[in-house]
Design a protein around this ligand. Sequence first.
Ligand code: NAD
Ligand code: MG
Length: 401
Amino acid sequence: MIQSVCILGSTGSIGQNTLDVIARHPDKMRVYALTAFSRMTALAHQAHAAKAQVVVVPDDEACAQFKAAWQFEMTCPEIRLGKEGLISVATDSAVHTVMAAIVGVACLEPALAAAQAGKRILLANKESLVAAGHIFMPAVRDNGAVLLPIDSEHNAMYQCLPTEAQISAPLQPYKTIERLILTASGGPFRDLEPRLLQAVTPAQACNHPNWSMGRKISVDSATMANKGLEVIEAHWLFAMPAAQISVVVHPQSVVHSMVEYTDGSILAQLGQPDMRTPIAYGLAYPERIASGVGLMDLLQLGSLEFSPPDYSRFPCLKLAFDALNSSQAACIALNAANEIAVEHFLQEKIRYTDIATIIAHTIDQIEKQSYDLTTLGAVLDLDAESRRIAECYSHSLSSIH
Ligand code: NAD
Ligand code: MG
């Protein structure tokens, strides 16, 4: 059977890497649907090259741009619009596998719809789990969906599990796991003097030493908010309490993460820092296929280093651990405030060091009340409220600078 794939967020970094892997295996998989929020010409070229049958674009204006960009002899794919369009392709009966690679909480609704439709979900997006793991994971379980982590750390840990523990949404941690150890590169400012951090620019923050990624996750990697989101992601994916998740800084980025067992063994997955490896793993699971990633030369690498993260340099990581230990509301606020703060930093409206301040302020405000977050609507309302608080505080900071 040929696997039919829908890529949510195909023009992004993960989306492009997914298309690259799929194109290497025309005998095993093909693209059914692609979606993008901007860059309609790029989407048209992707849809043409992959022979996609459906594309999803945000609105009528984007639809017109897509049609104008379609200069090919092949018939133009069916075009669907907006959030309903995303949900329709994520649940389409013609689709086996949904690659969830939209950035931010915008991925939540289509990814959740895919879970409810019992799809095989390759989850690159982490913000959905941070905001709504308590809704998403039961939806996977209750509808027989298959969930494969694509984020390189979680994919690595998944690869280090025995087959019987490779469960899509476990209710409890696997019995012999002592600890999950996430590796972090430390990003571009790992060794920068902390007093210089407030003057760093978006271009410097996006210049990651090892990985090439979208702009939001690149800033998240620099602040280590990304690692914080990943701690919460690991909590949901592996049903693991925060106390059994730790983070080590590993500048070479070749040990993608580790699982420590009761007998003292630590299992690790190593490879080049290239997202096509976890993407190929997810697409082919339980088999393995060529990904286009070159083999790793251990001898050239020489040595591997590990050190503890410095919370004074990376306050966002501490904020994430605290949010996970505190409440789901705090996790939603953390994620929403981070999205707003990163956007404002990328637009040069606030300083790099304001990102953590905005997150901390938003969590403080949100935690003044208690919330019933059992429904998706309640989660999205709190997400919107957190964004309002973060926006407002961010404006007050930008007027000071
Ligand atoms: P990106 O910014 O490169 O691409 C994002 C994609 O989502 C684009 O196709 C864009 O058009 C689409 N999009 C953006 N906003 C949207 C909206 N409101 N509605 C619908 N579509 C929208 O991002 P990326 O780096 O590919 O990351 C995607 C996700 O994968 C993120 O959640 C990120 O944390 C996660 N992730 C990325 C990497 C990586 O190496 N890039 C690694 C691990 C996890
Ligand atoms: Mg990661």
